[in-house]
Design a protein around this ligand. Structure first.
Ligand SMILES: Cc1ncc(COP(=O)(O)O)c(C=O)c1O
Length: 619
């Protein structure tokens, strides 16, 4: 948690004309109190214990704030007229001794931005927004890893624009020192250096991540046009949004829907829109393209969106791509493999169930001989990648190679692996993949999707549809022609998915998997320390969900334990195995190993209390 905020407040505000002459920009009043005081109150609300203000023009106004807010200290930049914001910041170097949030004094903003920066895992984060058309934009170009590459007011000097700088940045102490060193060298040639230029100047050596909140409500007030826009448009928007912002952070340790970021939650608050509008079509096209890109190239593969849970996507594939006369082998090594068999049965597909242990790896040789020696040729094979029942990770690469050798099309239920475990559909020989928005993508529930090899999907057009809504080819064809879903899409959930995709891209799938893996390792160590047992051996574990054998302690009761955790904001999940009493802990979503540590501490407390037979548990 960041405790210090630094506000740059030295500017003359000459562009404001009369409105700025007697008041520094931070003292403009849009409602009851100056905008700087609104900002200070938001900072305090978000855990800031110390505010340092770099002053210049009309410094006495800011100095007067010290009497009202004891956590504020001011330092005057006596060269404010001939220097820029970086010098004002540099001038504070003897006061700054830890990580801080840097803000500009003339900003109005939705306080959710502070929450988002606080919850960010990275140490250095620039808050950015989508297009504002404010006329004074600082454009940002990011690297493939979602970090700052360049920024400029001159759009032509960038190769591409990903976002606009807001003016609220989380800066680690070590990055501040690097900015200071960079500036000391640069001041001689450019005394009016701005702090954002110093950030860009060190961006080659430091990963400064850029957190884009597409719809973020904010405005800098530099001139009368800004002031007008702030009054009429942005300030009312901020007020409306902040009124609905008291969302508690629950830590969901169930395997999805997962804990989401606040920015994903708030991205759903958008103006109502008819999904038949072109703007919404563009949104869905970009979602579909990005979802494909995570696992395949968009020339050969395409994503088909459905309004429905993940099972809808699995059902859409199974019911639409296996023709009469085709034969499918379905691997059943857990509840979700079994579910595919149930679907196949309902649609009367010609299928062969291949049963395998829910804890141990599939025997590849037996599998291949089952494909080869099952009488008639097998046309398809379906399996689950990460079997969420136990956390067993099936080796889709090897099984994909077997399918390739035997001319079998592979269908993968990647519901709880997609967007965490790297997948390459072409390399792994996957023809159809099913996933959903609310697991590792960290979006909201309501959207299931199929990623398909286009040519293979095209070849299914002659199959007589067995259903209407879930017909994969019909949904694909209609979307390719109209850029619309055939039937009403979950509009707001799509906006959340767009934000979730952007956040997945920014973090990167490998980095997300490293974060999840770190949480899983913390979990496994804790389970071992508490003498509990987990089922799937480490070498076959997905590192996404762990099945733990229930403790053999008198007084243990899953439902009571669930309620005990619930009271502290943690949700745990029951087991799904017939022959073993288990419970499950998943480590997906916007959580870190620190949350898992907190979970383990609570678990230890719960277990030691029932062991003592104490009634001190506060349910
Ligand atoms: C592997 C797998 N397949 C399918 C599903 C079903 O998804 P939904 O509950 O969204 O229908 C799940 C849900 O956890 C899953 O983990």
């Amino acid at each position: 948690m960041i405790r210090t905020a630094v506000i740059i407040a030295a500017g003359v505000g000459s562009r404001l004309g009369d409105a700025g002459n007697n008041n520094p920009k931070g003292f403009l009043i849009l409602d009851q109190i100056p905008i700087i005081e609104e900002s200070i109150q938001k900072l305090i609300e978000h855990g800031i214990e110390r505010i340092i203000i770099g002053t210049g023009h009309l410094k006495e106004h800011y100095e007067a704030l010290v009497k009202k807010y004891s956590i504020i200290s001011c330092k005057y930049n006596d060269l404010y007229e001939s220097t820029g914001s970086m010098y004002t910041l540099f001038n504070l170097k003897n006061l700054i001794n830890e990580d801080f949030i840097l803000l500009e004094s003339d900003l109005i903003y939705d306080k959710v931005g502070l929450k988002v920066l606080n919850n960010e895992h990275n140490q250095d984060v620039i808050l950015a927004s989508g297009k504002t058309n404010s006329g004074d934009e600082v454009y940002i170009e990011v690297t493939d890893k979602g970090c700052l590459k360049h920024l400029s007011k001159d759009i032509r000097s960038l190769n591409n624009v990903s976002a606009e700088l807001v003016g609220i940045t989380k800066i680690s102490y070590s990055t501040f020192q690097k900015m200071s060193l960079y500036s000391e060298k640069t001041f001689k040639i450019k005394p009016k250096l701005d702090y954002e230029e110093a950030l860009a100047g060190i961006a080659r050596d430091v990963d400064i991540s850029v957190r884009i909140m597409e719809n973020f409500a904010w405005c800098e007030i530099d001139d009368k046009v800004h002031l007008n826009r702030a009054r009429k448009e942005v300030y009312p928007k901020i007020n409306t949004r902040e009124k609905i912002q008291t969302i508690k952070r629950n830590i969901l340790l169930n395997p999805g829907p997962a804990t989401t970021t606040d920015s994903v939650k708030y991205s759903q608050v958008v103006p109502d829109i008819c999904p038949r509008e072109r703007e919404f079509g563009d949104l869905m096209v970009s979602i579909s393209t990005e979802l494909t890109r995570f696992v395949a190239n968009t020339l050969e593969y395409s994503t088909v969106l459905f309004c429905g849970s993940g099972t809808a996507a699995v059902e859409a594939i199974l019911s639409s791509v296996v023709d009469n006369g085709d034969r499918i082998l379905i691997i059943n090594n857990g509840a979700y493999g079994k579910r595919m068999c149930q679907i196949a049965e309902i649609y009367e597909l010609d299928f062969l169930e291949f049963k395998s242990s829910p804890y141990d790896a599939i025997d590849i040789e037996i599998l291949e001989s089952s494909i080869r020696e099952s009488g008639r040729p097998m046309s398809h094979l379906a399996l689950v990648h990460n079997e969420t029942t136990t956390g067993l990770l099936n080796d889709i690469q090897t099984i994909g190679a077997i399918c390739g050798r035997n001319n079998v099309k592979m269908i993968v239920d990647a519901m709880s692996s997609y967007a965490a475990i790297p997948i390459d559909m072409k390399k792994m020989n996957i023809s159809f993949l099913a996933a959903s928005a609310n697991k590792n993508l960290q979006g909201m529930p309501g959207i299931g999707f199929v990623i398909a090899h286009k040519e293979t999907l095209d070849n299914t057009k002659s199959i007589r549809p067995r259903n209407f809504y879930l017909n994969l080819y019909a949904q694909y064809k209609s979307f390719s022609e109209t850029y619309q879903m055939r039937f009403t899409p979950p509009v707001q959930t799509m906006y959340a998915l767009k934000q979730a995709i952007m956040e997945t891209r920014m973090e990167g799938i490998e980095a997300r998997y490293s974060r999840y893996s770190k949480s899983w390792q913390t979990l496994i160590k804790g389970i071992e320390r508490l003498s509990l047992r987990y089922l799937v051996p480490k070498e076959h574990h997905s590192r996404i969900i762990t099945t733990i054998v229930e403790p053999d302690i008198e007084g243990y009761n899953f439902n009571e334990m669930h309620d005990y955790f619930s009271a502290s904001g943690f949700t745990i999940y029951p087991g799904k195995l017939d022959n073993e009493n288990t419970f499950r802990i998943s480590n997906i979503g916007d959580i870190t190993s620190n949350d898992i540590m907190s979970f383990l501490n609570l678990l230890e407390h719960y277990l030691s209390n029932i062991q003592k037979g104490s009634d001190g548990i506060n349910v």
